[in-house]
Write a protein that binds this ligand. Structure first.
Ligand SMILES: NC(=O)c1ccc[n+]([C@@H]2O[C@H](COP(=O)([O-])OP(=O)(O)OC[C@H]3O[C@@H](n4cnc5c(N)ncnc54)[C@H](OP(=O)(O)O)[C@@H]3O)[C@@H](O)[C@H]2O)c1
Length: 332
């Protein structure tokens, strides 16, 4: 029986928030693996804010997705056919497999994941790129150390929630910024943050003043825009501002940069961006430490799973509306 492959393609480039008209659905026979290739049955697809940038024309740190192409996405799945001795049928793998049910890949494009250690979809979140982003952004770029006050925006998301928990494990005072009272309650009561600011209902500058009496040593910024400006106004001497992302600006055709950057001069502070892929060679080290903390019950993992490839367009929008907690994943 022929296996059918549902795919989601980029139909047009969005102007602002993506709409249904930016996507097209396709269905055809699953591809055949060639010599040296495997066929993967995709089980879970990662929904990442960066995918919005890939929809725009022009490369950033990675090439844009071309109109008509299958939407690029990180995913996990099982090898169901193999034409190479390097990868056996039954292996669980992670790679850039796209928003589709079946994908052909070469072994060097895939990472074998250990399903006995953690559910496979965790390799898209806490044990995958978001977890690595938290770990290296906080410790390598932010140089967070015991006694520092660390503020995190997008704190209840995939990257932010792991960043805050690692900062607590390292002995920092941790304040998260998130949208809504429920997310703020979750940060403090379930993840052990020292404080949380509801940016939708509270004055960020006032609350930072209350919650960070010694000002902010490390700001791990996932959001950019007004939140970046507010935190810049509260940095401490020699603060480190880690530019992880700027999700508040991804749908804004007039990307807004910081106004308050002279705080860097006044406070001899440093603002540095990074791309997690540069840490690929050191991911084993970070994943081992994160897995150890998880097994010791010191690091909690939250996933928001939406089912069905047809749900992709609406599920993707949850990244921007915030209607989810933790790592957003599409179960195929
Ligand atoms: N540098 C790197 O290598 C790297 C790698 C991976 C990810 N990132 C970046 O890390 C950031 C977080 O990614 P993630 O995968 O962990 O996503 P996420 O935080 O799980 O999801 C996005 C969250 O952003 C918040 N948000 C959306 N629009 C917002 C707005 N206008 N203002 C304030 N908050 C807004 C929402 O939470 P609320 O409900 O709290 O608003 C939403 O839940 C992104 O900026 C991403 O680009 C960087």
């Amino acid at each position: 029986m022929t296996m059918m492959n549902k795919q989601v393609r980029l139909a047009s480039r969005p102007d602002g928030l993506p709409t249904d008209s930016n996507w097209s659905f396709d269905e055809g026979p699953a591809p055949e693996p060639g010599e040296g290739e495997v066929l993967v049955k995709v089980s879970h697809i990662s929904l990442d804010p960066a995918m919005r940038a890939w929809m725009n024309e022009g490369a950033t740190y990675i090439e844009d997705v071309k109109v008509g192409d299958v939407m690029r996405a990180n995913a996990v799945g099982e090898v169901i056919a193999s034409n190479t001795p390097k990868l056996e049928v039954g292996a669980q793998v992670q790679g850039v497999l796209g928003v589709q049910q079946y994908a052909v890949a070469k072994p060097k494009e895939l990472l074998v994941v250990d399903a006995a250690l953690a559910p496979v979809q965790s390799y898209l979140g806490i044990l995958g790129w978001p977890g690595m982003t938290a770990y290296f952004g906080l410790l390598d770029i932010g140089k967070a150390k015991e006694g520092d006050t660390v503020v995190i925006s997008g704190a209840a998301g995939a990257v932010g929630s792991v960043t805050g928990q690692i900062a607590k494990l390292k002995g920092c005072r941790v304040v998260g910024i998130a949208g809504g009272p429920d997310k703020c309650k979750y940060l403090v009561e379930e993840l052990g943050f020292d404080g949380a600011i509801d940016y939708k209902n509270e004055n960020i500058r006032n609350r930072l003043g209350e919650l960070c009496p010694k000002r902010v040593d490390v700001f791990f910024d996932n959001v950019g825009g007004e939140i970046l400006d507010a935190v810049l106004s509260k940095v401490a001497m020699h603060a480190r501002i880690v530019i992880s992302g700027a999700i508040s600006q991804y749908n804004n055709p007039r990307f807004r940069g910081p106004n308050n950057y002279m705080a860097l001069l006044t406070y001899r502070a440093r603002m540095e961006g990074f791309v997690v892929f540069d840490y690929a060679a050191r991911c084993g080290e970070a994943a081992a430490e994160i897995a150890k903390w998880m097994s010791e019950g010191k690091l909690k993992n939250k996933e928001h799973i939406v089912k069905g490839i047809e749900s992709f367009p609406s599920a993707f929008l949850k990244l921007f509306s915030g209607e989810k907690l933790g790592k957003l994943i599409l179960e195929v």
